[in-house]
Write a protein that binds this ligand. Structure first.
Ligand SMILES: NC(=O)c1ccc[n+]([C@@H]2O[C@H](COP(=O)([O-])OP(=O)(O)OC[C@H]3O[C@@H](n4cnc5c(N)ncnc54)[C@H](OP(=O)(O)O)[C@@H]3O)[C@@H](O)[C@H]2O)c1
Length: 267
């Protein structure tokens, strides 16, 4: 195994238990049925939030709901690339949460590694409608509501999941869409802060999720040669950062995308 993968690295993750710092918060996490979104959802539940996770596959959502078995976890089948369904779906989410959304985590995303000069229009459109267009219109819709219903002393928050690919040269739609997200995070950070809406982002490096199927084959060996720490990360490591950004400990951070990539983008 070691010969095959080129090295051996293990990782110990420490979870910070803050003590119900998200008690009563209503949180929408797009694409929460697996990977990073699911880890964030678990952590939010642990901190006392009411959470809706979305995804295209009802089977995946139902399986997660059964496994987690927590009444504060709600599920909703929703393909975020379907822009015309946003308003109707938001009403469903509001009903599930029994109140207005406080925090939005824009996590749903798909990838395709086809690179320049072989990218087809079909690949471009598929990636962009989910990763960029879907995220934009959903955020616009929720923030419009938040602006209209601004409450004194109450912050609303958006966390956008970009990628390490959004911080290095991009020659294919996935990476370009992640640049979009980091740019939007900064732009909306500026535009929405005066309305009591804090927008920040996270740019993960390589994380062991369905998006990186190969990583599962390495079992507990997290070796990965392409970053400074010579390892990939676990979704729980991104969840830790997401909770920090949702917490009041980070209320002075605006429009930033925090890169969590083992040094890949700076090497
Ligand atoms: N893993 C990495 O190495 C890595 C690195 C950097 C950034 N990211 C980003 O992290 C985010 C989460 O990815 P992941 O790694 O956790 O992969 P994942 O396990 O494949 O999770 C993706 C989630 O998004 C959902 N989804 C995909 N398309 C959707 C759509 N159109 N509408 C609604 N939900 C949709 C999926 O559910 P359904 O399939 O049922 O729709 C799933 O719940 C993505 O934005 C990804 O780009 C991942």
């Amino acid at each position: 195994m070691i010969f095959k993968y080129g090295g051996y690295t293990t990782v110990n993750i420490a979870n910070i238990n803050y003590g119900k710092i998200l008690k009563g918060k209503r949180i929408l996490i797009t694409g929460g049925s697996s990977g990073i979104g699911l880890s964030i959802a678990k952590k939010c539940l642990n901190e006392g939030a009411i959470v809706v996770i979305t995804g295209r596959s009802e089977t995946k959502l139902k399986k997660v709901k059964k496994e987690i078995n927590n009444p504060s976890l709600k599920i909703s089948v929703w393909d975020i690339s379907q822009i015309s369904q946003i308003e109707e779906n938001l009403q469903t989410i509001k009903n599930l949460l029994e109140g207005n959304i406080d925090f939005l985590v824009n996590n749903a995303g798909i990838t395709n590694g086809t690179n320049f000069p072989n990218v087809t229009e079909e690949i471009w459109d598929k990636i962009y409608t989910t990763n960029s267009k879907g995220l934009f219109f959903l955020t616009q819709s929720i923030c419009n509501q938040w602006i209209k219903t601004k409450e004194r002393n109450k912050l609303r928050k958006v966390i956008n999941i970009s990628s390490q690919g959004g911080f290095v040269g991009a020659t294919y739609p996935y990476r370009m869409s992640k640049w979009d997200i980091a740019g939007l995070t900064q732009g909306l950070g500026i535009k929405l802060a005066p309305h009591g809406i804090i927008v920040n982002g996270i740019a993960p490096g390589i994380i062991a999720t369905n998006m990186q199927q190969w990583s599962f084959k390495q079992k507990d060996n997290v070796y990965f040669s392409e970053n400074l720490l010579e390892r990939f990360a676990l979704p729980e490591e991104i969840a830790e950062l997401a909770i920090f950004l949702m917490s009041d400990a980070s209320n002075f951070i605006v429009g930033q995308t925090i890169v969590c990539d083992g040094g890949y983008s700076i090497k």
